[in-house]
Design a binder for this molecule. Sequence first.
Ligand code: SF4
Length: 292
Amino acid sequence: MATVVELPVDLFKGPVDPDWCPGCGDFGVLRSVQTAAASQGVRPENLLIVSGIGCSSNLPGFIHAYGIHSLHGRSVPVATGAHLANTDLKVVITGGDGDGYGIGIGHLIHAMRRNLDMTYVVMNNQIYGLTTGQASPTSTMGHQTKSTPRGNPEKPLFPPALGIVSGATYVARGFSGEAKQLADLIAGGMAHRGFALIDVFSPCVTYNKINTYAWFKERVYKLEDEGWDPSHVDKSLAKAFEWGDRIPLGVVYKSDQPIYEDSEPVLQKGPLTKQPLGVGKELFAELVEEMI
Ligand code: SF4
């Protein structure tokens, strides 16, 4: 196993400061992603952050690493393409609950069942923030929002449960108000070989007046404090549905299983970017011409 050489967290500070509302939970998530990358010794030139659209999806602009700010709900296929083209890159997807669990949910499910070796950090504020406060797939029933003025009639999605049944092999839940634990959870996801889904309570202080920092602080507890063993899928699935007066934070489920890349013959010779293209210079130039 390669030795991990920790890096300074400030190495990952981007040239642009975030323009999120003061107090937005996404600040804590950004810092935790930076801390996790530093603790894992992943240098900025070996780190790719891919996002979709939404307040939280602006994150790649605020971190010193490669970044792609893609289309709404399309961060996973973009990340998949980049990852399979260069499996030497550490790929971390970042975005919000509307982007990931609403518009992009089909992509997410297929990436999880493939157990691709990527990490997805979802900043779950239970509302659409960028579009000024509509109900999202994780808004609780009865929540009055701009799009549900008489109360949300829909049941919310339980992301950790979705992750477990879809095939993700590292499923965790964090809270931006618990920065140290969150950084450890993201670092764990980056170190894990397989798909890591990390659902993070990241309060929207402007549009969600129900699921606030105070609301979570009254309810969350840490699984590691209770000696939780995340290796039993049935118990983990039951834990993933826990909600109400007690809400668990930590690694809900973890399993070592083959990853998609293991069964893809073309990847067995190493990253595609390091393999010969197999075409002559003229054809290569033609292909480039066609692409740009
Ligand atoms: Fe954060 Fe909400 Fe402001 Fe968006 S609207 S930056 S999610 S607090």
